[in-house]
Design a protein around this ligand. Structure first.
Ligand code: HXC
Length: 258
């Protein structure tokens, strides 16, 4: 894995961990950090020894948003011609399941980055919000789209139009996060979830992610057809035979493809 300056990466027990590490700016997402996160995640995605990616920040902030100071002096031509934030599309397209462990602030781009993960596990003190309206702009890393698909129009409009922050409990109630755990257990719980995912048959977990993700992007009939084709395709894998045989034989499966 390459050398990085704004993130810390490690691999353990089939989990590739990316920790955002710009404490002086509450992990604000500048261009360098975006580049490093995407590069590290792409490397993990290609690594057969990695079955899940864990994305974390610090106790105080997962990420307090895109880097406002870096963006402040830019004009339309530069934002447009450099397709600012476009690189995140690569991250969102990865096939390895991604767990975000959110502690502290997940605001603006921080909330939007967490929403690019497949599971969000939040510490009970976590705070989510899309406060871009207070800067005279709007969400630019998918907030208006992913948030609306996750929580519906009523809550998305409330957050995007008022900039109101919400706590972890409300975030769980409205379907933005998967689970809320005590702050001091966040890392352990997130590692446990990522470890569980990483222990499954890899083609099955990748296709499960693809199938659920398709629900965000396609009409119901196409999504159902896509799911069914993936389901059929899994019958070409040894893991399908092994998983079903193990059930009948009352034993744990031994996955061939992980
Ligand atoms: C750059 C940031 C930053 C950010 C915090 N910092 N957030 N720098 N971009 N998004 C810096 C502060 O300037 C400060 O640096 C240091 O981090 C610590 O932050 P404080 O404000 O002193 O901490 P605190 O008082 O605890 O307040 C925490 C906070 C506040 C509530 C999270 O920092 C805040 O409101 N941040 C901005 C949140 C936000 O608006 N995010 C959306 C960004 S726009 P110094 O050098 O002063 O110590 C976005 C969308 C992009 O994400 C799409 C369209 C633009």
């Amino acid at each position: 894995m390459s050398d990085f300056t704004t993130i810390i990466v490690s691999t353990n027990e089939r989990i590739g961990t990316i920790q955002l590490n710009r404490p002086e700016a509450l992990n604000a997402l500048n261009a360098e950090l975006m580049d490093e996160v995407v590069r590290a995640a792409v490397e993990f995605d290609a690594d057969p020894e990695v079955g899940a990616i864990l994305l974390t920040g610090s106790a105080k902030a997962f990420a307090a948003g895109a880097d406002i100071k870096e963006m402040a002096s830019k004009d339309f031509a530069e934002m447009y011609s450099r397709e600012w934030f476009g690189r995140w599309d690569e991250f969102a397209r990865l096939r390895t399941p991604i767990v975000a462990a959110v502690s502290g602030y997940a605001l603006g781009g921080g909330c939007e980055l967490a929403m690019m993960a497949d599971l969000i596990i939040a510490g009970e003190g976590a705070t989510f919000g899309q406060p871009e309206i207070n800067l005279g702009v709007i969400p630019g890393m998918g907030g208006s789209q992913r948030l609306t698909r996750s929580v519906g129009k009523a809550k998305a409009m409330d957050m995007v139009l008022t900039g109101r922050h919400i706590g972890a409990d409300e975030a769980e109630r409205i379907g933005l996060v998967s689970r809320v755990v005590p702050d001091d257990q966040l890392q352990a719980e997130a590692e446990k979830a990522a470890g569980t995912i990483a222990s499954k048959s890899k083609p099955a977990s990748q296709m499960a992610k693809e199938a659920v993700s398709a629900a965000f992007e396609s009409p119901m009939n196409q999504g159902l057809q896509f799911e069914r084709r993936l389901f059929h395709a899994l019958f070409s894998t040894e893991d399908q035979s092994e998983g079903m045989a193990a059930f009948s034989e009352k034993r744990s499966p031994e996955w061939k493809h992980r």
